[in-house]
Design a protein around this ligand. Structure first.
Ligand code: 4NP
Length: 151
């Protein structure tokens, strides 16, 4: 199956998955790929909000602007509208399965030895966002560049 669309899913859709969306869009552009890329959360606390200020900040430092994104809740339709549904950690993966998503994949399987991308919402300040960004970037770059998303 040729993959034409990818959605990244975390808990709040304000810290990790907006970065994954922004990084994936950057690489899709760089590699001239016509991909629909989006992100969403399994929790509704922050629906309609911009990404958290530290995710916007680390994105800016690395050269991507995610400030125009707005958080939204994952919908059942997303499971048929997107070819790949990619969870940022194990809990997101389990929640997606419980919501009826048949084949969600964990982002860490694309380059971080299956590791969870830690939830930075509970970090103490900006420290740690660099690691989160690096983890997401390694995995998303592999996913896009190596076309390992063709499954
Ligand atoms: P995210 O981080 O899943 O990376 O967007 C979180 C944001 C908000 C909450 C949890 C995680 N929250 O509990 O409100």
């Amino acid at each position: 199956m040729e993959v034409k669309s990818i959605i990244f899913v975390c808990l709040g859709n304000i810290c990790r998955s907006p970065l994954a969306e922004g990084i994936a869009k950057k690489y899709a552009k760089e590699y001239n790929l016509d991909l629909k890329i989006d992100s969403a959360g399994t929790g509704n606390w922050h629906v309609g909000e911009a990404p958290c200020s530290d995710s916007i900040k680390i994105g800016k430092q690395k050269g991507i602007d995610i400030s125009n994104q707005r958080a939204r809740l994952i919908q059942k339709e997303d499971f048929s509208n997107f070819d790949l549904v990619i969870a940022l950690d194990d809990k997101n993966l389990r929640d997606l399965k419980n919501l009826g998503c048949k084949n969600p994949i964990k982002i860490g399987d694309f380059g971080c030895k299956g590791e969870d991308v830690p939830d930075p919402y509970f970090f103490n300040g900006f420290e740690g966002f660099d690691k989160v960004y690096e983890m997401i970037e390694v995995c998303v770059k592999n996913l896009i560049k190596d076309k390992s998303y063709k499954r």
